[in-house]
Write a protein that binds this ligand. Structure first.
Ligand code: RIB
Length: 313
């Protein structure tokens, strides 16, 4: 039987301008190459999950009744995501304003709009769903209610704690899997002195911290796993973390072990960094498989040792 992943979360239309550098506070920079892209952490993760293959992907999202919603819906449909759409007439579709620098740094401001209208009661029936994947661009009380409902129904719950905010213990108690980057780990684990302490402070069965171009570190059921990053020349890192989360949960849903899921998620997120935009940058299963089949590009034992040393393991 095919597994099903339900993503409940945000969808935004991204307004992207490229510039020599991201402006400092109070600074104006002249940019170029303005474009819009379908984005939003929830929708990006749904697209990554669907493109990863092996699991059917559904998404609960709230959109405005406006033109910004159309490219988002088209992108999700194009990736094969089945939608449960809350149509919010009183609010615009969520938007994100992204400045992308020539050295692939970015700064993102989100205007959540219709994403704020997602409520506990909007969660669809969970029959046949194995995993619920959540983020923090929708109201925290809604995220908690959805996590509680899924946990009570025996559905495994994954949270990508982005954008960072302190998490109530009641939410952590619903989770099977928590995925954070280093900045998010600082916030959710209360400024730990090091990675191992941060991971140990979180009472969740499996916690993964992504380390950007270094790779990722997981603590799961008493085991520590490392996955060095694939080396790429980054163009745009927008949605790299979302690609990691969606690909990882798809892999777990289709029955992969955690080490292989980390490998596939790392490969997919590396490829996403080589392309412009959010959902437009997310690779297909075939593209990820091609990268994994190239022994010259898969991180070797030296990369594992270097990452272990950097993580002080
Ligand atoms: O994680 C990247 C995403 O963050 C962008 O697509 C933007 O919409 C914001 O939600």
């Amino acid at each position: 039987m095919t597994s099903t992943v339900l993503v409940a979360g945000s969808a935004n239309l991204d307004f992207v301008v490229r510039a020599a550098h991201v402006p400092a506070p109070g600074e104006t920079v002249l940019g170029r190459d303005f474009r819009t892209f379908p984005g939003g952490k929830g929708a990006n993760q749904a697209v990554a999950c669907a493109r990863a293959g092996g699991a059917a992907t559904r998404m609960l999202l709230a959109l405005g009744d406006d033109d910004f919603a159309r490219p988002i819906e088209a992108s999700l449909h194009g990736a094969g995501v089945q939608l449960h759409t809350v149509r919010e007439t009183g609010l615009p579709t969520g938007t994100a304003f992204i400045c992308l620098s020539d050295d692939a740094e970015n700064a993102i401001t989100v205007a959540p709009g219709a994403n704020t209208a997602l409520e506990a009661g909007h969660l669809p029936a969970l029959d046949g769903v194995q995993w619920l994947l959540l983020q923090l661009e929708t109201p925290l009380d809604t995220v908690l209610a959805h996590a509680r409902a899924a946990h009570a129904a025996g559905v495994r719950v994954a949270l990508n704690a982005a954008p960072a905010q302190p998490l109530p213990a009641a939410l952590l108690a619903q989770l099977d899997l928590l995925i954070v980057n280093e900045g998010e780990l600082d916030v959710v684990a209360g400024q730990p002195p090091d990675l191992a302490t941060g991971l140990a402070r979180l009472d969740v069965p499996c916690v993964i911290v992504t380390l950007g171009a270094r790779g990722s570190l997981a603590r799961c059921a008493g085991r520590t796993l490392l996955q060095p990053a694939f080396a790429v020349a980054p163009v745009d890192t927008t949605a790299a973390g979302d690609t990691f989360c969606g690909t990882l949960v798809a892999a777990l849903a289709r029955g992969d072990g955690l080490q292989h899921a980390l490998l596939a998620a790392s490969a997919a997120s590396a490829l996403a960094c080589t392309r412009l935009g959010a959902q437009s940058s997310i690779p297909t299963h075939a593209e990820v498989a091609a990268l994994l089949a190239d022994p010259a590009r898969v991180p070797d034992a030296h990369a594992h040792a270097a990452l272990a040393a950097w993580c002080a393991l």
